[in-house]
Write a protein that binds this ligand. Sequence first.
Ligand code: NAP
Ligand code: MG
Length: 480
Amino acid sequence: MEGFKWEYAPAPEAKDHAKLKTQYDLFINGKFVKPNSKKYFDTHSPSTLEKLAEVAEANAKDVDSAVTAAKLAYDKVWKKMPAKERSKYIFRIARVMQERARELAVIESMDGGKPIRESRDFDVPTAANHFFYYAGWADKLDYAFPNKKPKSLGVAAQIIPWNFPLLMAAWKIAPALATGNTVVLKPAESTPLTALKLAEIIQDCDLPPGVVNIINGFGNTGAAMVAHPHVNKIAFTGSTDVGKIIQKAIAGTNKKITLELGGKAANIVFDDAPIDQAVEGIVNGIFFNQGHVCCAGSRLFVQENVAEVVIRKLKERMETLIVGDPLDKNTDIGAINSKEQLDKINSYLEIGRAEGLELFQTSGSIPSKGYYCKPTLFIGAAQSNRVVQEEIFGPVLTIQTFRTIEEVIEKANNIPYGLSAGVWTDKGSKIFNLTSKLRAGVIWANTYNKFDPTSPFGGYKESGFGREGGLHGLAPYLTF
Ligand code: NAP
Ligand code: MG
């Protein structure tokens, strides 16, 4: 397979138009304000390791200022504003995001490590589309929920992870605003920059002060948001462990909650599947965004009689993947988001080896500087292996084989998670059979990782509850 990969000349995306300040404050009540904590932390590029900016850390007092601003804006302005007017602001945010799409994409790739091709073609346009989509719902809630008289809740505290920083912010903010709620959002500490750019956009759009507040910090900041008495709704995307902590923290209160947590999706390939398309879907399912995807197709199930050919073609395709500079337009797999995440992935590579599994990694090189991981297969995995049961959140795919439909359904479901799954077959009847029996919130058939603002997303079991996206995504922000 040596020499299979074409050499490409570097094609770096220009970054001189990406305007970053050296220091960012908290965005509260329509202004950037100094933190009461007086503390700032650094955010780095995981590929060049350079410091990109300093970001204010919100303590409990800062959280209180943000929640108070959101509550005042809710009571005095946003709740009373006609829905038709609210929707114009949301449209405006979507339009300005489109205008600044290049800058947002470059900053997303610098701060988080994902390939520019993805941030440019997927994250940023999909984020803007969420604002467009929910802008359209704002004045049609009575049609979305006929005879139910939907009412807004108040202040939404929204906490998001580092894998889709801008897109997760859009997923959270757009439906909250459309339903008439106000927001305090906290990005993950390793990827604060695009949300701060969004704060600038929101400021430029003249959204009434306090309707959206964006503050940064660590787990403590998130915990203070969850605990604040004036928060009416919590929307959390992140790990199952933190999801459980949050649920405990709000037990006995009236706070509404949605949790979007981890996943360990089965991607199932039958012998009647179009094999080349399936291989493309497998690659997209697990290596897309370095495997930093909660719905990643991280467990491959291949029907035994085609396993050899699928694995051979998969290895060949993997050899062509370019791992490298996130800002290079040829890059397929960018940098792992942080040192901690790379350490976690590497520890799972050791666990898989110790479990006696055959490991395959591509032969190409990875950059010597920065956090990188080669795309990896664990072949011959069994249901009991830790690498099969636990979420790795990196470009690591386990491969199991199966003979019958019953067997694969049992194995696919026998896991604590239930966020997503994929099915590859030529037969529609098989697809319907599996989609009714797989315990997963999203099931893709003959495709993978397709997203659209109109379709709901969310999990079963330890993958959380509540839905985001589509008409379903409005309900968690309303009372009836
Ligand atoms: P995480 O550690 O749970 O962090 C998520 C967010 O919660 C971050 O903003 C984090 O702040 C904050 N946080 C940490 N401790 C908290 C606490 N005690 N109270 C309130 N907030 C707290 O998850 P992560 O490692 O960033 O993200 C990876 C995980 O997210 C994976 O398990 C993945 O599957 C899941 N995920 C799920 C979905 C989905 O839609 N289901 C989407 C994306 C990711 P700091 O980062 O500053 O510590
Ligand atoms: Mg960073």
